[in-house]
Each structure stands twice: as C-alpha cells, then as structure tokens.
Design a protein around this ligand. Structure first.
Ligand code: ADP
Ligand code: ZN
Ligand code: ZN
Length: 744
C-alpha cells in the first residue's frame, strides 16, 4: 500500500469591505484564501484592488462562492493574528452604516485607531542586553585579552546592574565591545515590546470612602432593575462618580468589562486617576488627544483583554472590548456626545446597541438630563434613580442674579458687576478659589469700526473675526483662518476701532488690573492645544497654584475643586437667544453645571450670574435649580410645537463654491423632496428651504432643506437619504443630518 503524503489546503472565500470611502465601492468584494492562513471574521487583510493593493476587513467567510474561481483574486496578507474587529463590532458597524447613512468603510473606520490603517504605526520594541545565564563573569573576564578593557567593564556592569538598555550600553561601552562579548556567547540581546502608556505619572490616591445609604440604594436599584437603561438624576456634587466606580467594580468582579464616558477630553485624566487607584493597569484610556503610539498601544491592550475598563470621550464607545457588563455615560445631556463630523452618530444609540448585544447595563448620569432622556425615564422606558442632595449636605450654592443693563446705566462698562467684584475680593481675602465663566475665547468677539459701523469679517465665511491679542491676530472660529490684526477699518480706513464683547483673554487682563496679586489661569481652546495642556491647568488649579480660573464651557463640566467658593458667570444669556430649539435646554444645563462647581467641600459656595434678561423664565428656573419645573415647561412646549423628541429634525445641507450651481441643485432637490413630502404629508410637521444661518463657510455657499417629521417615522429617512444622495457631486455637496446639534 502506498501512502501519499499530501497537504490539502481547502480554498475558502472571504467577504471583504475595502478601505475606500466612496459610495461606488460600498459593496462586498469576494477574495479567496487557504484555510490555514489565519484569516478570521474581523481580520484586517491586504488585497489587490484594481491596479492597487489596499487594506480591507473580512466581514464574512464562506466555503463556496457564486463567482467563477478564476475571477476571484487571492488575499495577499493578513495584518494581525488577532482580528481587529469582533462579531459584535462588525454588527455594530453595519448598524452605524445604516442609521448614520454612511458607507460601510466609513463606519468601520470608527473601530480602529486612525494610525493603524495603512500601517502608519506599529508596536514599539526596545532592545535589552543581559548576561547569558551560564556566564560566570570572573571566568569570562579571564578569557578575554588584556586590552579588551571595555568588554570587561561591560561584563562587570551587567553583573552589577542586571538586564540593561541596549542603546545605553552602546553609549557607555561602544557597539564593538558589545558585539564581541555577544559573539563569544557571554550575553544575550533581546527585544521586548514597550507600551506607550498615556499619563504615566498619574497616580491616584485611593480615597477611603464609605458609600452613603442613598448611594447604596441607587446602586442596588441600577443592579436589580430589569430595564437595560437607568437614568441617574443626581445634583452636582451628589456623589455620582462613586456610584459609577462601585458599579464598575461589581462588573469587573464578575469577570466583565466596562466603558465609562465623560464629555470632555479634559475630564479623562481626572477619571483615569480614580480608576487607576482602584483598578490599576486594568484601566485604559482612549481619546483623540493621545499620541498615535499611545492610542495604538492602549487599543491593543483592550483588544487583548489586558485592560477591561475603558475611560474616554465619545469615541471610546467603539472600544474593542468584549463581554461588556456596564456602560456609563456621565453628563449624558452633553452636546459632545453627538458627533459633529461624519459619521454623525449619537453615542447613546451606540451604547444601547452594545448594552443589548452584551446583555449589559447602561447608566446615563446627569444633574440636568436631556429632555429626551428624562421623558423616557418618566414614561418608564428607563429606570430612574435620584440623588437629590449633595454629599456634604450643604444646599446648592445660592445664585445671585445681576442685571447688567443697570450696571451699564450706572456707567460700569467693565465685564464685572459691582457685586461680582466685591465677592471676588472677599473670596481672595479668605484664600479661597474662584471660577469665572464665559463662553467666548480670544480678546474680543469682534472688531467694529466706530465711524462706519463695519464689522471685520472672514473673507471665506459669513462670520465676524475674533481678535486674539496674544499674537495680534484675527481668527475665524469657523474655518480657522488667521489674519494680522487690522490697524484701520478695511471699509473706510478709519483708525477708530472698537472691540465688541469680552473674551477670556480680555477678562484675564481686566482681572489682573483689579487684583494684581492674584494668580490667574485661563482655560480655553487656545491654552489647551496639546494633550497635557488641559491636565496641567486643571492640576495647577486643584493644587491651588492659582486663585482664579477663567474659562469657557470646558471648565463647566464635572470638575471637582473643593476650594472653589465663588463662581462668576459673565454672560448668562449668550446661548439663550440662538434660534435653535435646544437653546433653552442648553442654557439651563450650562448654568446648572457651572454653578455646581462652587461650594463642593466644607464651605458653602456662591454664584453671581450676570445677565441682560434677568426675568427670562429659564434663568429663573436655573437659579432655583428647578430641573423638573424646567423639564415640565420645556416638554410641554416641545410637544405642542412638535419639536424633538416629538419629532425628528432632518437637515439636508447643500453647499458649493459656485453659487449658481449650488442654487440649481437646491432647486431640483427641493422639488423632488417636496414631491416626496406631498406623498407623506400627514407625517410632516415642517418642510422648508432657506439659506443656512451661516450663509458662507470656507468659500462655500450654504443652503438647506429643513424638515420636521413626526416621531416614529424613521422609515422615511432612508428615502430622503437616497433622494438627497443622488445630488451629491464633486462641485456641490449634499449632506443629510438627523437631529443635528447645530443648525448654523
Ligand atoms: P458628582 O459626580 O455627583 O458631581 P462627585 O462624585 O464628584 O459628585 O462627589 C462629590 C465629592 O464628594 C467628591 O469629592 C467625592 O469624593 C465626595 N464623595 C462622594 N461620595 C462620598 C461618600 N460616600 N463619602 C464621602 N465623600 C464622598
Ligand atoms: Zn469703517
Ligand atoms: Zn472663516
């Protein structure tokens, strides 16, 4: 009998999504591979595509293919042993692609660190050198020639210091010496993977905290409810963070993993600190501010299950965790949880998908829940838990309202009212800390000619330029363009220019004049350009290296500074008068959040709120911390006027450099959409076409078709999307958004 030794490869077929965003290639392509190739569902692979070679992701594996074998190309390589995507994240990417109206390739990119694509970043290795375990240094040295001094020194060094950094050894003893002893077999050179870990020096102090009865009740409520989602409605300083930590702890003990989201990158180090003190290396951080290497290494630590707790801002919801036990979204009402760039996903929707897939808990926490969430909690869809009191048992800080119109009438043109000045003085005398909040960075919001009234505008956008004194520049906050500060009016040449409105930079200068001895920190987009920027400012302030912190909304959220006893809100109406249905909600939330920074420890806090419309109902509700009063009022307005959550807002934005072309597209698209609307008239609350509030941005003219559709008619969206999508071309872009954060 003959035995044939034969290795039989079975030919398999992979369904691949190639990493190209264009809609024309938004299809599944089939490739073949031998079954011993280590290719799995979710593997990243390299495939031939047309005349190119590109990366793709395997989303399906089959044993047969309908295509003729000779037409199917082979997968060239698999990029990693561990598939980058899991069954869950593949399904989730499918869901994102369908609900956010983007190509599959675009949805898949959400799940990978940017730099991983195209192999832009790899694992980092470092070389070490150590004595071979059989080496007896004394004998080895004897065997060396008399002149080999460096080799001898090197061996003695290793004897004393053990394994050492290869590069450092080369510096100390020279490459030659090291090579020689290696050749003789006395030492081993090894390579080890180095982890680039963010915030290495961040060490947490473990606070020994005994949870209050109320906190325990809430924890049990969330653990025992049969509802997936719980809304934790707790005032600022009520100890929500401790509740989150305990909930995470319980899941980790069960062998599960956890995601914890905070609204701002600046809040992640603070949270990481608490997680590290409790869970050590089991906590990983993911956000866009990390260096490419750090992000890559943290991502793989999570993917390889070396870290089971992920903390991050919005995008960390896509972390490659498996077996999730709990997802926590802190400050759930925050606008940053809705992505502003494509794919425009809503974080809570993604979280709900993952919670359902993993049979996990979803916890939404806030002192000022979004109208939508609170409605769902009241209707019984969510489990509602409350923490109505501050941990320190102190009442919420008293808010004094100052009418700035009166101040101006009395000749006070400074950004600070008489009352705020007095409070600041007292606060500084007592060696406490103060926070000054205003939502405008730069020196002045605009530069205005006093002769002709001209406002200096961005040449590419229909918005005024902001003056930044630090580098004498004018900056467009929409397109980022930067210009030299003008010396005279570009319209009439007059040199009499006036600054319109105060920005953080100007407020700091004014404060320095008033309180020359105070240390002042400023935190806004300009002072936090690099990753450490946020961290350093917040850290300095919490270590009381400064007395006053001036900042934009970045300082409003979540920070816990025990020595802050005064908060000044310079312009409370700023967001009140935007023609946007969410402006009241946002104002209420922002004011409550900022005010909540005051009086968090032993000493009671105070808030001075400056406004030009002191009788506005939203302000009245905010100063009483009357969230439920606010909710009732706002909810009834939304319900009678048909705004979300009682409807969905759809905006189709049409923009192009050539205004005539753009208008032509607007006209045809509008006509087609109108026909669609007429067929479904009973479901539409509003349908209209107009110039966008910002008529021009980056030289593109902007128009929009706005629609409001009664809630629960999402099936109409696909149709609207496919109609709109047809008009999208190279010169005129057509982009559809569902419930956008911003309608500017
Ligand atoms: P929130 O997130 O609701 O604004 P935090 O969780 O930041 O509130 O809590 C406010 C402060 O109270 C923090 O300094 C926190 O350490 C402290 N704290 C929370 N729970 C307790 C507790 N059970 N005992 C003592 N201090 C607590
Ligand atoms: Zn002028
Ligand atoms: Zn601009």
């Amino acid at each position: 009998m003959h035995f044939f030794e034969c290795v039989l490869f079975i030919l398999m077929f992979a369904q691949v999504i190639v990493d190209i965003l264009r809609a024309e290639v938004d299809r599944i392509f089939e490739y073949s591979f031998d079954d011993d190739y280590g290719i799995n569902l979710g593997s990243r692979v390299v495939v031939p595509f047309g005349s190119k070679v590109i990366e793709g992701i395997v989303i399906g594996i089959k044993e047969t293919s309908e295509y003729q074998p000779e037409k199917i190309k082979k997968i060239l390589r698999v990029l990693e042993e561990t598939p980058a995507l899991t069954d869950e994240t593949l399904k989730l990417s499918e869901y994102v692609s369908k609900t956010c109206f983007v190509t599959r390739a675009s949805a898949l990119r959400l799940f990978l660190p940017v730099e991983m694509r195209k192999g832009k970043i790899k694992e980092k290795f470092k070389k070490f050198v150590e004595l071979n375990c059989e080496t007896d240094v004394d004998n080895a040295v004897l065997s060396l020639s008399k002149t080999a001094v460096k080799q001898k020194d090197f061996l003695f060094y290793l004897q004393e210091n053990g394994k050492s950094d290869y590069t450092k050894m080369c510096e100390l003893f020279g490459n030659q010496a090291i090579k020689s002893v290696e050749k003789k077999g006395f030492v081993l050179i090894t390579e080890e993977k180095i982890l680039r870990s963010p915030y290495k020096d961040l060490e947490g102090l473990k606070k020994e905290i005994k949870l209050t009865e109320k906190q325990n009740e809430v924890i049990n409520g969330i653990t025992n409810t049969d509802k997936t989602t719980s809304l934790l409605f707790g005032v600022t300083g009520s100890g929500k963070t401790e509740v989150y930590l305990e909930l995470i702890d319980r899941e980790i003990k069960k062998g599960k993993s956890a995601i914890m989201l905070v609204p701002e990158i600046s809040l992640t180090p603070q949270m990481l600190k608490q997680l590290r003190s409790r869970f050590g290396e089991n906590a990983a951080i993911l956000h866009s501010g990390l260096s490419a290497g750090e992000r890559f290494d943290e991502w793989w630590r999570i993917r390889q299950k070396e870290a089971k707790i992920v903390i991050g801002a919005r995008s960390a919801i896509f972390a490659p965790l498996e077996n999730i036990g709990i997802i926590i979204i802190d400050e759930e009402h925050d606008g940053s949880y809705i992505s502003e760039t494509s794919p425009r996903y809503t974080t809570v929707d993604i979280a709900k998908f993952r919670a359902k897939y993993n049979d996990a808990k979803l916890v939404l926490g806030s002192a000022t829940p979004s109208v939508e969430s609170f409605l769902l909690a009241k209707s019984g869809e969510y489990n509602l838990e409350r923490l109505p009191d501050r941990i320190n048992k102190k009442p919420l800080p008293n808010i004094e309202v100052v009418d700035m119109r009166k101040e101006i009438r009395h000749g006070n043109n400074s950004p600070f009212s008489v009352s705020l000045k007095a409070e600041l003085e007292e606060c500084l005398n007592k060696k406490n800390q103060a926070i000054i909040f205003l939502n405008q960075r730069g020196y002045s919001r605009s530069v205005i000619c006093t002769e002709c009234g001209h406002v200096v505008k961005c040449p590419s956008c229909d918005v005024s330029l902001t003056y930044h004194k630090e580098d004498e520049s004018l900056l467009c906050h929409y397109c980022g363009a930067k210009f030299k500060m003008v010396e005279s009016c570009p319209e009439c040449g007059s040199t009499f220019l006036r600054y319109g409105g105060f920005g953080t930079e100007r407020v700091v200068l004014e404060l320095k004049k008033l309180f020359p001895n105070a240390n002042i920190l400023r935190m806004d987009k300009d002072t936090t350009q690099n990753k450490e920027g946020h961290f350093k400012i917040l850290n300095d302030f919490s270590q009381r290296k400064a007395d006053i912190l001036v900042g934009t909304q970045m300082i409003a959220k979540g920070h816990d500074f025990p020595f802050v006893t005064l908060v000044g809100i310079l312009d409370a109406d700023m967001s009140l008068h935007f023609s946007d249905f969410k402006s009241h909600e946002r104002t209420f939330q922002l004011l409550t959040q900022v005010a909540g920074r005051s009086g968090r420890a032993d000493e009671a806090g105070k808030v001075v709120l400056q406004t030009y419309s002191p009788e506005h109902p939203v302000l009245m509700q905010a100063i009483r911390y009357d969230y439920e009063g606010f909710f009732e009022q706002e909810n009834s307005v939304r319900s009678t006027t048909g705004f979300p959550p009682y409807s969905d807002i759809i905006r189709v934005l049409i923009s192009g450099v050539n205004e005539e072309n753009t208008i032509n597209v607007v006209k045809s698209l509008y006509t087609e959409l109108e026909m669609f609307k007429n067929k479904n008239a009973d479901k539409f609350i509003f349908f209209g076409c107009m110039k966008s509030p910002i008529k021009k941005l980056q030289n593109k003219f902007r128009y929009q078709v706005l629609m409001r559709i009664k809630a629960n008619n999402r099936e109409l969206l696909n149709e609207i999307f496919s109609i709109s999508n047809k008009y999208d071309n190279r010169s005129v872009s057509v982009y559809m958004e569902l419930n956008p954060n911003n309608l500017s």
